[in-house]
Design a protein. Sequence first.
Length: 356
Amino acid sequence: MAKILVALSGGVDSAVTALTFKQQGWDPIGIHLRLFDSDPESLEEGICCGDQAAEDARQVAARVDIPFYVRDVRDDFTREVAQFTIDSYAAARTPNPCLNCNHRVRIPALLKLADSLGIKYVATGHYVRRVWHDEKWFLAEGEDPRRDQSYALYRLTHDDLSRLQFPLGEMDKQTVRDLALSGNLHVHSKASSVDLCFAKTAGGVGNLVSEARPETGKPGPMIDEGGRIVGEHPGIAYVTIGQRRGLQWNVTTPERKFVSSIDPESGAVRVATRDRILTSAAVLEDPIWHSEIPDDIEARVRYQGPRFPVRLDGDRVDFIEPGPPLATGQAVVLYSGNRLIGGGIARQVIPHEAPE
Protein backbone atom coordinates (compact mmCIF):
# COMPACT_ATOMS: atom_id res chain seq x y z
CA MET A 1 0.00 0.00 0.00
CA ALA A 2 0.93 3.69 -0.07
CA LYS A 3 3.38 5.50 2.18
CA ILE A 4 1.96 7.38 5.15
CA LEU A 5 3.74 9.83 7.45
CA VAL A 6 3.03 9.01 11.10
CA ALA A 7 3.61 11.56 13.85
CA LEU A 8 5.41 9.78 16.71
CA SER A 9 5.27 11.81 19.92
CA GLY A 10 6.75 9.08 22.09
CA GLY A 11 3.45 8.16 23.72
CA VAL A 12 1.23 5.11 23.48
CA ASP A 13 -1.34 6.73 21.17
CA SER A 14 1.05 7.56 18.36
CA ALA A 15 2.81 4.22 18.84
CA VAL A 16 -0.43 2.30 18.25
CA THR A 17 -1.17 4.55 15.27
CA ALA A 18 2.10 3.48 13.65
CA LEU A 19 1.53 -0.15 14.56
CA THR A 20 -2.01 -0.09 13.13
CA PHE A 21 -0.93 1.17 9.73
CA LYS A 22 2.00 -1.22 9.60
CA GLN A 23 -0.31 -4.17 10.32
CA GLN A 24 -2.76 -2.94 7.67
CA GLY A 25 -0.04 -3.13 5.04
CA TRP A 26 0.78 0.55 4.71
CA ASP A 27 4.37 1.80 4.46
CA PRO A 28 4.62 4.13 7.51
CA ILE A 29 7.40 6.64 8.02
CA GLY A 30 7.79 7.88 11.60
CA ILE A 31 8.47 11.54 12.32
CA HIS A 32 9.07 13.14 15.71
CA LEU A 33 8.69 16.90 15.96
CA ARG A 34 11.22 18.51 18.29
CA LEU A 35 9.21 21.33 19.83
CA PHE A 36 11.35 22.69 22.65
CA ASP A 37 14.48 22.13 24.70
CA SER A 38 13.97 20.17 27.86
CA ASP A 39 15.85 19.73 31.10
CA PRO A 40 16.27 16.69 33.37
CA GLU A 41 12.77 17.20 34.78
CA SER A 42 11.37 16.28 31.37
CA LEU A 43 12.45 12.70 31.96
CA GLU A 44 9.31 12.35 34.05
CA GLU A 45 6.49 10.55 32.29
CA GLY A 46 3.72 12.69 30.90
CA ILE A 47 5.95 15.12 29.03
CA CYS A 48 5.13 14.56 25.37
CA CYS A 49 7.88 16.53 23.74
CA GLY A 50 11.08 16.25 25.78
CA ASP A 51 14.24 14.21 25.32
CA GLN A 52 12.76 11.03 26.75
CA ALA A 53 9.78 11.36 24.42
CA ALA A 54 12.11 11.50 21.43
CA GLU A 55 13.93 8.39 22.61
CA ASP A 56 10.65 6.57 23.20
CA ALA A 57 9.52 7.49 19.69
CA ARG A 58 12.78 6.15 18.27
CA GLN A 59 12.37 2.85 20.10
CA VAL A 60 8.77 2.52 18.91
CA ALA A 61 9.84 3.04 15.30
CA ALA A 62 12.52 0.38 15.71
CA ARG A 63 10.04 -2.08 17.22
CA VAL A 64 7.45 -1.48 14.49
CA ASP A 65 10.28 -1.61 11.94
CA ILE A 66 9.68 1.68 10.17
CA PRO A 67 12.01 4.55 9.20
CA PHE A 68 12.31 7.30 11.79
CA TYR A 69 13.27 10.96 11.52
CA VAL A 70 13.26 14.03 13.75
CA ARG A 71 12.20 17.45 12.47
CA ASP A 72 13.29 20.55 14.41
CA VAL A 73 10.39 23.03 14.77
CA ARG A 74 11.60 24.73 17.96
CA ASP A 75 11.62 28.22 16.48
CA ASP A 76 8.03 27.88 15.29
CA PHE A 77 6.95 26.48 18.64
CA THR A 78 8.65 29.26 20.59
CA ARG A 79 7.00 31.93 18.48
CA GLU A 80 3.54 30.46 17.95
CA VAL A 81 2.99 28.67 21.26
CA ALA A 82 5.32 29.66 24.10
CA GLN A 83 5.56 33.38 23.34
CA PHE A 84 1.88 33.49 22.38
CA THR A 85 0.99 32.00 25.76
CA ILE A 86 3.15 34.51 27.63
CA ASP A 87 1.74 37.48 25.71
CA SER A 88 -1.84 36.26 26.19
CA TYR A 89 -1.61 35.90 29.96
CA ALA A 90 0.16 39.27 30.20
CA ALA A 91 -2.85 40.79 28.42
CA ALA A 92 -5.27 39.05 30.81
CA ARG A 93 -6.40 36.57 28.18
CA THR A 94 -6.62 32.82 28.76
CA PRO A 95 -5.29 30.92 25.73
CA ASN A 96 -5.31 27.23 24.94
CA PRO A 97 -1.73 26.62 23.76
CA CYS A 98 -2.61 23.14 22.47
CA LEU A 99 -4.80 24.73 19.78
CA ASN A 100 -1.93 26.86 18.53
CA CYS A 101 0.45 23.93 18.74
CA ASN A 102 -1.82 21.82 16.55
CA HIS A 103 -2.92 24.44 14.03
CA ARG A 104 0.16 26.65 13.73
CA VAL A 105 3.00 24.19 14.30
CA ARG A 106 2.35 20.45 14.28
CA ILE A 107 -0.24 19.93 11.54
CA PRO A 108 1.34 22.45 9.11
CA ALA A 109 4.79 20.97 9.72
CA LEU A 110 3.56 17.41 9.12
CA LEU A 111 1.69 18.29 5.93
CA LYS A 112 4.61 20.33 4.60
CA LEU A 113 7.04 17.51 5.28
CA ALA A 114 4.71 15.00 3.63
CA ASP A 115 4.56 17.25 0.55
CA SER A 116 8.33 17.43 0.39
CA LEU A 117 8.50 13.62 0.46
CA GLY A 118 5.72 13.16 -2.08
CA ILE A 119 3.47 11.52 0.53
CA LYS A 120 -0.26 12.24 0.46
CA TYR A 121 -1.40 10.95 3.84
CA VAL A 122 -0.47 11.92 7.41
CA ALA A 123 -1.59 10.05 10.53
CA THR A 124 -1.75 11.21 14.14
CA GLY A 125 -2.84 9.59 17.38
CA HIS A 126 -5.66 12.02 18.12
CA TYR A 127 -8.97 10.69 19.41
CA VAL A 128 -11.15 12.19 16.69
CA ARG A 129 -12.95 10.94 13.59
CA ARG A 130 -13.56 12.10 10.04
CA VAL A 131 -17.10 11.98 8.67
CA TRP A 132 -18.29 12.48 5.09
CA HIS A 133 -21.26 14.84 4.95
CA ASP A 134 -22.69 16.91 2.08
CA GLU A 135 -19.83 15.92 -0.22
CA LYS A 136 -17.02 17.02 2.11
CA TRP A 137 -15.02 15.89 5.11
CA PHE A 138 -15.84 17.12 8.60
CA LEU A 139 -14.11 16.53 11.91
CA ALA A 140 -16.23 14.61 14.43
CA GLU A 141 -15.86 13.74 18.08
CA GLY A 142 -13.98 10.60 19.04
CA GLU A 143 -16.00 7.56 20.05
CA ASP A 144 -14.70 7.79 23.63
CA PRO A 145 -15.96 11.10 25.12
CA ARG A 146 -13.35 10.91 27.88
CA ARG A 147 -10.59 11.14 25.26
CA ASP A 148 -12.22 13.23 22.53
CA GLN A 149 -9.80 15.86 21.17
CA SER A 150 -11.97 17.55 18.55
CA TYR A 151 -12.02 20.87 20.46
CA ALA A 152 -8.26 21.26 19.95
CA LEU A 153 -8.52 20.57 16.21
CA TYR A 154 -11.52 22.74 15.31
CA ARG A 155 -9.74 24.61 12.51
CA LEU A 156 -9.09 21.53 10.36
CA THR A 157 -10.65 22.01 6.92
CA HIS A 158 -11.95 19.61 4.28
CA ASP A 159 -8.59 19.87 2.48
CA ASP A 160 -6.71 19.03 5.67
CA LEU A 161 -9.01 16.15 6.52
CA SER A 162 -8.76 14.68 3.04
CA ARG A 163 -5.14 13.89 3.92
CA LEU A 164 -5.26 13.23 7.66
CA GLN A 165 -5.93 9.82 9.19
CA PHE A 166 -7.05 9.20 12.80
CA PRO A 167 -7.18 5.45 13.47
CA LEU A 168 -7.81 5.87 17.22
CA GLY A 169 -11.06 7.77 16.74
CA GLU A 170 -13.14 4.60 17.14
CA MET A 171 -11.15 3.31 20.14
CA ASP A 172 -11.01 3.93 23.87
CA LYS A 173 -7.78 4.32 25.82
CA GLN A 174 -7.79 0.84 27.30
CA THR A 175 -8.13 -0.71 23.85
CA VAL A 176 -5.13 1.35 22.72
CA ARG A 177 -3.07 0.21 25.69
CA ASP A 178 -4.06 -3.43 25.08
CA LEU A 179 -2.98 -3.16 21.43
CA ALA A 180 0.33 -1.65 22.50
CA LEU A 181 0.90 -4.45 24.99
CA SER A 182 0.07 -7.15 22.45
CA GLY A 183 2.42 -5.44 20.00
CA ASN A 184 5.26 -5.48 22.56
CA LEU A 185 5.50 -1.70 22.55
CA HIS A 186 7.35 -0.55 25.65
CA VAL A 187 5.17 2.57 26.02
CA HIS A 188 1.99 0.52 26.63
CA SER A 189 1.70 1.79 30.22
CA LYS A 190 3.24 5.23 29.74
CA ALA A 191 1.26 8.08 31.32
CA SER A 192 -0.76 10.31 29.04
CA SER A 193 0.70 13.63 27.98
CA VAL A 194 -0.28 16.72 29.95
CA ASP A 195 -1.63 20.09 28.87
CA LEU A 196 0.93 22.90 28.83
CA CYS A 197 3.71 20.32 28.70
CA PHE A 198 6.30 22.96 27.81
CA ALA A 199 5.49 24.95 30.98
CA LYS A 200 6.20 22.00 33.29
CA THR A 201 9.93 22.66 33.23
CA ALA A 202 9.22 26.18 34.58
CA GLY A 203 7.00 24.82 37.35
CA GLY A 204 3.75 25.71 35.65
CA VAL A 205 2.36 28.29 33.26
CA GLY A 206 2.20 31.00 35.94
CA ASN A 207 5.93 30.73 36.59
CA LEU A 208 6.66 30.62 32.87
CA VAL A 209 4.74 33.84 32.27
CA SER A 210 6.00 35.71 35.34
CA GLU A 211 9.63 34.84 34.59
CA ALA A 212 9.28 36.30 31.09
CA ARG A 213 7.08 39.22 32.16
CA PRO A 214 7.92 40.04 35.82
CA GLU A 215 5.09 42.55 36.13
CA THR A 216 2.59 39.71 35.81
CA GLY A 217 3.93 38.05 38.96
CA LYS A 218 3.31 41.02 41.26
CA PRO A 219 0.55 40.51 43.84
CA GLY A 220 -2.44 42.81 43.55
CA PRO A 221 -5.78 43.59 45.15
CA MET A 222 -9.00 41.66 44.73
CA ILE A 223 -12.01 43.94 44.67
CA ASP A 224 -15.64 42.88 45.08
CA GLU A 225 -18.79 44.28 43.45
CA GLY A 226 -19.07 46.97 46.12
CA GLY A 227 -15.51 48.22 45.64
CA ARG A 228 -14.11 46.61 48.80
CA ILE A 229 -10.67 45.05 48.81
CA VAL A 230 -11.38 41.52 49.97
CA GLY A 231 -8.02 39.87 49.38
CA GLU A 232 -4.88 39.59 47.32
CA HIS A 233 -3.99 37.59 44.25
CA PRO A 234 -0.44 36.31 43.52
CA GLY A 235 -0.14 38.06 40.14
CA ILE A 236 -2.22 38.06 36.96
CA ALA A 237 0.00 35.31 35.51
CA TYR A 238 -1.61 32.98 38.06
CA VAL A 239 -5.23 34.10 37.68
CA THR A 240 -8.02 33.38 35.22
CA ILE A 241 -11.73 34.05 34.96
CA GLY A 242 -13.85 31.86 37.25
CA GLN A 243 -10.96 31.04 39.59
CA ARG A 244 -11.31 30.82 43.36
CA ARG A 245 -8.45 28.63 44.54
CA GLY A 246 -4.94 29.98 45.02
CA LEU A 247 -6.19 33.39 46.16
CA GLN A 248 -5.70 35.05 49.55
CA TRP A 249 -9.03 36.12 51.05
CA ASN A 250 -8.77 38.70 53.83
CA VAL A 251 -12.48 39.42 54.24
CA THR A 252 -15.21 36.89 54.88
CA THR A 253 -18.02 37.24 52.37
CA PRO A 254 -21.56 35.86 52.74
CA GLU A 255 -21.32 34.19 49.33
CA ARG A 256 -18.40 32.54 47.56
CA LYS A 257 -16.63 34.89 45.14
CA PHE A 258 -14.81 34.07 41.92
CA VAL A 259 -12.57 36.05 39.58
CA SER A 260 -14.80 38.06 37.25
CA SER A 261 -12.31 40.36 35.48
CA ILE A 262 -8.59 41.12 35.34
CA ASP A 263 -7.05 44.55 34.63
CA PRO A 264 -3.55 44.00 33.22
CA GLU A 265 -2.68 47.70 33.52
CA SER A 266 -3.40 48.17 37.23
CA GLY A 267 -3.00 44.55 38.26
CA ALA A 268 -6.37 44.65 40.01
CA VAL A 269 -8.67 41.63 39.93
CA ARG A 270 -12.43 41.90 40.32
CA VAL A 271 -14.39 39.15 42.05
CA ALA A 272 -18.10 38.41 42.09
CA THR A 273 -20.60 35.73 42.96
CA ARG A 274 -20.95 32.79 40.60
CA ASP A 275 -24.23 33.97 39.07
CA ARG A 276 -22.55 37.21 38.00
CA ILE A 277 -19.75 35.56 36.05
CA LEU A 278 -21.90 33.32 33.89
CA THR A 279 -21.84 34.03 30.15
CA SER A 280 -24.64 35.44 28.03
CA ALA A 281 -22.72 35.68 24.75
CA ALA A 282 -19.28 35.78 23.18
CA VAL A 283 -18.04 37.68 20.13
CA LEU A 284 -15.46 35.69 18.18
CA GLU A 285 -12.29 36.72 16.45
CA ASP A 286 -10.81 34.82 13.52
CA PRO A 287 -13.77 32.43 13.24
CA ILE A 288 -13.81 29.56 10.77
CA TRP A 289 -16.97 27.84 9.55
CA HIS A 290 -16.93 24.51 7.77
CA SER A 291 -20.55 24.57 6.58
CA GLU A 292 -23.79 26.46 6.68
CA ILE A 293 -24.83 26.80 10.30
CA PRO A 294 -27.75 24.51 11.22
CA ASP A 295 -30.31 25.37 13.87
CA ASP A 296 -29.38 22.67 16.37
CA ILE A 297 -25.93 23.80 17.48
CA GLU A 298 -24.06 23.52 20.75
CA ALA A 299 -20.88 25.20 21.98
CA ARG A 300 -17.96 23.81 23.91
CA VAL A 301 -15.71 26.34 25.66
CA ARG A 302 -13.19 24.00 27.31
CA TYR A 303 -11.23 20.95 26.25
CA GLN A 304 -13.44 17.89 26.80
CA GLY A 305 -15.94 20.13 28.59
CA PRO A 306 -19.73 19.95 28.39
CA ARG A 307 -21.66 21.41 25.45
CA PHE A 308 -24.28 24.16 25.72
CA PRO A 309 -27.13 25.06 23.30
CA VAL A 310 -26.41 28.33 21.48
CA ARG A 311 -27.49 30.51 18.59
CA LEU A 312 -25.09 32.11 16.12
CA ASP A 313 -25.57 35.67 14.86
CA GLY A 314 -22.66 36.55 12.60
CA ASP A 315 -19.59 36.25 14.81
CA ARG A 316 -21.62 36.39 18.02
CA VAL A 317 -22.51 33.22 19.92
CA ASP A 318 -25.54 33.59 22.21
CA PHE A 319 -26.10 31.02 24.96
CA ILE A 320 -29.73 29.87 25.22
CA GLU A 321 -29.27 29.58 28.99
CA PRO A 322 -26.47 31.30 30.93
CA GLY A 323 -23.22 29.61 29.96
CA PRO A 324 -20.16 28.87 32.10
CA PRO A 325 -17.58 31.53 32.98
CA LEU A 326 -15.59 32.38 29.87
CA ALA A 327 -12.38 34.35 29.42
CA THR A 328 -11.23 36.24 26.37
CA GLY A 329 -8.69 34.10 24.54
CA GLN A 330 -10.61 30.86 25.03
CA ALA A 331 -11.87 28.96 22.01
CA VAL A 332 -15.62 28.63 21.48
CA VAL A 333 -16.22 25.57 19.27
CA LEU A 334 -19.57 24.72 17.70
CA TYR A 335 -21.04 21.29 17.03
CA SER A 336 -24.06 19.84 15.29
CA GLY A 337 -24.47 16.37 16.71
CA ASN A 338 -20.99 14.86 16.82
CA ARG A 339 -19.89 16.92 13.81
CA LEU A 340 -17.73 19.98 14.33
CA ILE A 341 -18.90 22.96 12.27
CA GLY A 342 -16.45 25.69 13.30
CA GLY A 343 -15.47 28.11 15.99
CA GLY A 344 -13.26 30.99 16.97
CA ILE A 345 -11.54 32.78 19.84
CA ALA A 346 -13.55 34.86 22.29
CA ARG A 347 -12.46 38.48 21.91
CA GLN A 348 -15.39 39.87 23.91
CA VAL A 349 -17.46 38.14 26.58
CA ILE A 350 -20.89 39.47 27.49
CA PRO A 351 -21.69 38.42 31.05
CA HIS A 352 -25.09 37.23 32.19
CA GLU A 353 -27.02 39.95 34.00
CA ALA A 354 -27.85 38.29 37.29
CA PRO A 355 -31.08 39.40 39.02
CA GLU A 356 -30.62 41.75 41.97
